[in-house]
Design a protein around this ligand. Sequence first.
Ligand SMILES: Cc1cc2nc3c(=O)[nH]c(=O)nc-3n(C[C@H](O)[C@H](O)[C@H](O)COP(=O)(O)OP(=O)(O)OC[C@H]3O[C@@H](n4cnc5c(N)ncnc54)[C@H](O)[C@@H]3O)c2cc1C
Length: 647
Amino acid sequence: MSSGKTIVWFRRDLRIEDNPALAAAARDGSVFPVYIWCPEEEGQFYPGRVSRWWLKQSLAHLEQSLKSLGAELVMIKTQSTLSALLDCIKATEATKVVVNCLYDPVSLVRDHSIEEKLAEVGISVQSYNGDLLYEPWEIYDDEGRAFSTFDAYWDKCLNMQMEPVSLLPPWRLMPAAVTGTVERCTIEGLGLENELEKSSNALLGRGCSPGWSNADKALTEFVEQNLFDYSKSRFKVGASSTSLLSPYLHFGEISVRKVFRCVRMKQILWRREWKSQGEESVNLFLKAIGLREYSRYLCFNYPFTHERSLLSNMKYFPWNADANHFKVWRQGRTGYPLVDAGMRELWATGWIHNRIRVIVSSFAVKFLLLPWKWGMKYFWDTLLDADLECDILGWQYISGSLPDGQELEQLDCPQIQGSKFDPEGEYVRQWLPELARMPIEWIHHPWDAPLTVLKAAGVELGLNYPKPIIDIDKAREHLREAIFKMWEMEAAAKSATSDQMNEDVFDNSDSIKTSAILKVIPKEKSSCLTYSSNDQRVPSFQNCNNGLLPRKRPLPVDEEKLHMDKPNKQNKEAGTSGREDLCSTAESSASKRQKSTSSTSTSIISFAVPQYCSSSDGRPFQDHESSNLNLTWHEKIDLEQTSNKNG
Ligand SMILES: Cc1cc2nc3c(=O)[nH]c(=O)nc-3n(C[C@H](O)[C@H](O)[C@H](O)COP(=O)(O)OP(=O)(O)OC[C@H]3O[C@@H](n4cnc5c(N)ncnc54)[C@H](O)[C@@H]3O)c2cc1C
């Protein structure tokens, strides 16, 4: 063992098993594990109450584990991560910082800046892959461009020659001697939970157990008990039909490679035993894991996606920034039982099933025409598994912003979805006690129920349960008009641009105020630092410049009418027209990041939050979006249709 001294900077890798940064430091000599909490740098993406609660429990768990291995987790609350790291380096005389990579836009910018500053004082930062099967820069198409559709991306991953391997935890850790002082604090002192939050949080502990060893238990339980039926039961809302691993995965309490390995082992076993249902379940579960990988991939290769849609089509969508509608949606008072049940479960528990996420988010975007970024931020604030990349992917998927996502025109009726995903009405009854006595025929559309039925069930529409906020036909009409307007404006903008001989492509996002996300839970606005790392590559924008992003083509008027009559038949034809927009956004994001200083961040512009909401009169405003790998385990996964991707 060499005699190096290394700072192990923990972030969202709160585990000891298969933690490459920790393992590398342990191999190299003595370690100084540190967790730095800097609320200022979180900016708009300061974690919500339940997410902070989870983090707090998880840190306590990690602290105990590291202690049992011989080292102590030093916790620091600071206003600058860089200065906290410099303090640790000075106090320990360490020569190196090791860290596992993060790929969300805020961390990318911050880490890059920290790495540069540390390099200036002769400290190297070594970063490792602790979060993914494959890092984003390992997966490109034959021409070296980034994929922009999930199927192609996942296909490539499954055909990689290199298998993801996981590491065992270190036997013991040698603590680094500390000669100077570090301003450390206790977990309580980090301030992850304030006094007012404690009583609400107390209930959370009954339903879930954060911490890496609990993550291991959850994985084993899922693999042994529920994985086999995953293909059949994963759509069951209100039941533990899925793995519930998302918060553990978000905080890195379990390694995705370990999950992958365990599941693959089962698949091999079931294949030998001819259990095709088990095999199919593994394929679908791995596909879900693939979606998580893809979310990181998209954020890395298209780092503007937290601000703008991947397809530039949404730039001209006339969003209806109605604060009242937003409130009604958040509070679960839309009058659509399945949507309301979902929103209330989210508020009460911090968790909802993927299917319910799709239903409530589609309702916000397609029925209420609320800006997708508002919904994304609300989910970020309230979900236990709030994860920026997955959140972005989910909202872009439902709002027609991805080449292979749900079509914007696809408006699913919550009433029909209710009978499909909650056939007995149990989920609605659980979360909407006011509808508990409604018979099953009417529970998903109480507005159609005869008066006598309503009376017998004790339901008075408009009094103890709201009337639908908008009629389905009206919603369809509004959506149709909005899409039509979007196309018109896009066409007008294009013809204006093509009229100019000397075209200038510029990024107008700096002047944008109206598309900012509403602040739901008041928080301090703050600046945030920005990033990359020594071995971590920064996004390569050549992908955007050279690549053609398959794009949903705006239809000409006649074709559009025809199309709207068949809302589910979508035009997936790839067009080239979106290329310029994509390039401009990508490049501007890149230059923004390069320009960023300690007081600016990529997100600060569009997430500068107004304290009130515009267009309360309902006036629409424009959103300026600104293996067959030679190895047995790589059998190609039988992917579902892309339209079911988020299912
Ligand atoms: C609008 C919207 C917002 C979302 N926001 C988040 C979020 O903030 N954090 C989050 O972790 N997931 C988010 N998802 C994805 C998905 O809903 C959750 O990952 C899933 O419901 C978690 O439950 P599970 O662990 O039981 O999933 P399982 O079905 O057991 O899947 C296993 C793992 O695969 C990953 N996964 C599954 N589905 C998806 C998906 N559609 N996209 C990305 N990864 C997926 C998750 O890490 C999950 O833990 C969002 C989906 C939508 C539609």
